[in-house]
Design a protein around this ligand. Structure first.
Ligand code: PGA
Ligand code: ZN
Length: 436
């Protein structure tokens, strides 16, 4: 039993995939076991997220260094955790929440708290010699997530080259994760080929997707994606479905209550933007729309939900910010039918698990998600399997901060062997089932 005891906690500043500083924690146990957690970081953050503590020192790393968060771990958090049983994740997370004491973790920083919480989980799994998914989810953890993968990246992840943020695909006609992933890799290369054939300049966006540099409209992204799917030899809608993360809070102007497409010089009222999304959904095989409306436009969300909910998956990211209180409000008014789960929006693993459970019990679908700023950390892949969430969104199939998570799913699927389950086409039943 003594082996499980927390002996020391090391916190350091490391760097994420966008070369911004972030918090890494090593949790050392009495028997020499180590667990590591690294906090991710978003670019299109929701207003209601837990606070990511940065130093704000303009002379250093553009104010983004995280030494305050690190000193909070060393001086405030660590002394509370020494001598605790690392397997008691819930109590440890409760302590983290209570010593912070704020609604949005602004005292210690959600980046400090989450890195500790993740390191505790890994140390707990490692000391028990178990894979993390099994340690967290037990024997019932067996649903390997169906991937939702970015092919073209826009919005805040591509310097606003295009207003919509993520053009993604879901390999619906696949029966295992590995098979589905291979299909998406083909679509990525197929789409790249189309870009090249059209002579379109190409960059790589923050999450590894293709960066459109000379588009004239947002729909051009969808057109290219359709052609990319076909170039890979698949039938859009039958083999590969489209998902969109509109991230509309990024281009909603609350002072004039308008959605503004800079690329097209086009303004929409809330009603008009609902129409725009419904048209897109009719025209293309779109089965999932994230943050179709802005985080404060609940009326718009209500309208969009009346039109599309249960026909497609409507995911709340900025809308819900992985926060039970906000999801509860959505559930009560029938807004959306899915929740994007980002650990650092809420700040501890225990709270994340509670949010996923609440989401599932409410008949909503959880989609586990990375942030646009990521690292070699693979916690979210294990989290997706542990909770049988069913879907995972990590960005694209290029760049190691993305592929580490996908490759981990391939390994987990192999480890589960015959026990592994997978949604694939059953995603449609799941979406339908959200209609009670
Ligand atoms: P972020 O965006 O991590 O940059 O906030 C990802 C998303 O909107 O899903
Ligand atoms: Zn989003």
């Amino acid at each position: 039993m003594k082996g499980n005891i927390i002996k020391s906690i090391i916190a350091r500043q490391v760097y994420d995939s966008r070369s911004n500083p972030t918090v890494e924690v090593d949790m050392l146990l009495e028997d020499g076991t180590v667990g590591r957690g690294i906090a991710p970081s978003g670019a299109s953050k929701g207003r209601f997220e837990a606070l990511e503590l940065r130093d704000g020192d303009k002379d250093r790393l553009n104010g983004k260094s995280v030494f305050k968060a690190i000193s909070n771990i060393k001086n405030i958090i660590a002394p509370h955790l020494y001598g605790m049983d690392v397997n008691d994740q819930k109590s440890i997370d409760r302590i983290l929440i209570s010593i912070d004491g704020t609604e949005n973790k602004s005292k210690l920083g959600a980046n400090a708290i989450l890195a500790v919480s993740m390191a505790v989980a890994w140390a707990g799994a490692n000391v028990n010699r178990m894979p993390l998914f099994q340690y967290l989810g037990g024997d019932s953890a067996r649903l390997v997530p169906t991937p939702m993968i970015q092919i073209i990246g826009g919005g805040a992840h591509a310097n606003q080259a295009i207003d919509l943020q993520d053009f993604l695909v879901i390999p619906i006609n696949s029966t295992t994760f590995s098979e589905g992933y291979e299909m998406v890799v083909n679509v990525y290369h197929g789409t790249k080929k189309i870009f090249n054939e059209l002579g379109k300049p190409l960059g790589i966006a923050d999450e590894g997707g293709l960066w459109p540099t000379d588009f004239v409209s947002n729909e051009e992204g969808l057109e290219l994606l359709m052609r990319g799917i076909e170039a890979a030899g698949y039938v859009p809608g039958d083999d590969i479905a489209i998902a969109l993360d509109i991230a509309s809070s990024e281009f909603y102007h609350p002072e004039i209550k308008k959605y503004v497409f800079n690329l097209e010089n086009r303004l929409f009222t809330s009603e008009e933007f609902v129409e725009y999304l419904c048209d897109i959904q009719k025209k293309y095989p779109v089965i999932s729309i994230e943050d179709g409306m802005a985080e404060e436009d609940w009326e718009g969300h209500q309208q969009l939900s009346e039109r599309l909910n249960h026909k497609v998956q409507l995911i709340g990211d900025d809308l819900f910010t992985t926060n039970i209180k906000r999801i509860e409000k959505g559930v009560k008014s029938g807004i959306s039918n899915a929740v994007l789960i980002k650990m650092n929006q809420i700040g501890t693993l225990t709270e994340t698990l509670e949010v996923i459970k609440y989401t599932q019990e409410s008949g909503y679908l959880p989609v586990i998600s990375a942030r646009s700023g990521e690292t070699e950390d693979t916690t979210i892949t294990h989290l997706a399997v542990a909770t049988n969430a069913g879907q995972l969104k990590v960005g694209s199939v290029a760049r190691t901060d993305r592929t580490v998570k996908w490759n981990e799913a391939i390994r987990i699927e192999e480890k589960l062997g015959q026990k592994a389950e997978y949604l694939g086409k059953h995603i449609f039943d799941q979406i339908k089932k959200t209609e009670k």
